[in-house]
Design a protein around this ligand. Structure first.
Ligand code: AP5
Ligand code: MG
Length: 376
């Protein structure tokens, strides 16, 4: 396994690197540590390195690349390694040709890191002066942050909340590697329970966008409750007006009760659960639907994801739609909240995601939800 740890000074790279190395039994290599050793030599290079790191500046790329590649040629690194502090520049990342499995970005705010380093007493480092630390942080934002994007584009970046406790951060990293600690042993991690993510939200909030994300980016099967009614109306060739929708909703609920859409979708959900550990349900509305799903699948954990957006934003979005563009307004909203008894599902949501801003930001938040569901 080839891993990289990235983060501002004080993020916990060395702390986690040492821990992981013991747990996974793969060697740990810190370029910072290498340079601190070189800095002790009474040579020209030693003096140069000492001055550079004590000022909080970076060692030139050629030197770093040369040293790292020399180290990694040693037989002990054959089966893998954990790198701390490298690659630190875009050039280092691009010229480093080894195939990495995962890059963990330990995300910690500057303030927290400064505070940690001020109290770091497990190592005595000459570059732990306030000026040098500030310089290292500044360089990270300017020069190392593009490296994060580089690995994000390659699809191997994992962002970990580094503000949590050392154990929590460690647990999260291990989970991303498909491992967990049991007793004192590290073993393969197995998902224990199947899960459903039920996406709820008012019209125009972004339920379909969220669903599409889970389907396309995460490969999760989708069972759509909204489509049940839409299809019935399309089949009859009727227009999508609030009146028509209301009639169909009422009719199907007369027949099967307030949990109707869950009742008629039961087989589809069961099938999807056979094929995947996590299934997405789009357009769940009533609390009774939720209860119905829970009753039908007692061993499955159901997570309600509530997607919220400003009312004006939602109306604007709906009006732009060609299909069903007339289904808009407070009357429709209230029909859903009260008439369809959506209120309780919103109030009991496990996750709330705000979708007022860019699509990318929305996706990032959904990724976070996916991860929490996946690892719980
Ligand atoms: P390097 O040694 O990599 O230093 P750094 O990036 O500044 O990071 P630190 O080692 O200070 O922090 P850390 O993230 O390891 O945090 P730690 O685990 O200790 O590099 C030093 C210098 O070498 C560079 O400035 C540069 O000159 C040169 N260099 C290195 N690589 C280079 C490259 N590739 N190219 C060019 N130049 C290079 O944790 C900090 C403290 O917080 C500890 O006390 C710890 O106990 C505590 N802590 C850790 N995790 C937690 C937690 N979750 N909660 C509470 N406390 C925590
Ligand atoms: Mg370190």
């Amino acid at each position: 396994m080839r891993l990289v740890l990235i983060g501002i000074p004080g993020a916990g790279k060395s702390t986690q690197g040492n821990l992981l190395s013991k747990q996974l039994d793969i060697p740990y290599l810190s370029t910072g540590h290498i340079f601190r050793t070189i800095a002790k030599e009474k040579t020209k290079l030693g003096r140069y390195v000492k001055e550079t790191i004590n000022a909080g500046l970076l060692i030139p790329d050629e030197k770093v690349l040369q040293i790292v590649s020399e180290y990694l040629k040693r037989p002990e690194y054959k089966k893998g390694y954990i790198l701390d502090g490298f690659p630190r520049t875009l050039r280092q990342a691009k010229e480093f040709k080894e195939k990495l499995d995962k890059v963990f970005y330990l995300k910690v705010p500057d303030k927290e890191a400064l505070w940690r380093l001020a109290y770091r007493n497990d190592t005595l480092r000459e570059d732990d002066t306030v000026t040098a630390i500030r310089k290292r942080i500044e360089i990270f934002h300017k020069i190392t942050e593009p490296v994060i994007d580089y690995y994000k584009r390659q699809g191997i970046l994992v962002v970990v909340d580094g503000t949590k406790s050392i154990e929590e951060v460690n647990k999260e990293i291990l989970r991303h590697l498909g491992k967990e600690v049991k007793g004192n042993k590290v073993r393969d991690w197995h998902r224990r329970k199947k899960a459903i993510i039920a996406v709820v939200g008012l019209p125009g909030a972004g339920k379909s966008t969220a669903t599409r994300y889970f389907k396309q980016e995460k490969g999760l099967p989708v069972v759509s409750f909204s489509d049940v009614i839409n299809k019935m109306i399309d089949e009859k060739g009727l227009p999508h007006t609030e009146e028509v929708h209301k009639k169909f909703r009422t009719d199907i609920r007369k027949k099967y009760g307030m949990g109707a859409l869950a009742v008629v979708s039961r087989d589809k959900i069961a099938e999807a659960l056979k094929e995947s550990p996590i299934v997405v349900i789009e357009g769940m509305r009533s609390w009774e639907e939720y209860e119905e799903i829970k009753k039908s699948f007692p061993d499955v954990r159901i997570y309600i994801l509530y997607v919220w957006a400003d009312k004006d934003k939602r109306y604007e979005r709906i009006k732009r739609r060609k299909y069903r563009g007339k289904l808009v307004g407070e009357e429709r909203d209230l029909n859903e909240v009260l008439g369809l008894n959506m209120g309780p599902t919103i109030a009991m949501a496990d996750f709330i995601v705000k979708n007022n801003f860019s699509l990318q930001e929305f996706y990032d938040k959904l990724e976070e939800v996916y991860r929490q569901v996946y690892f719980s």
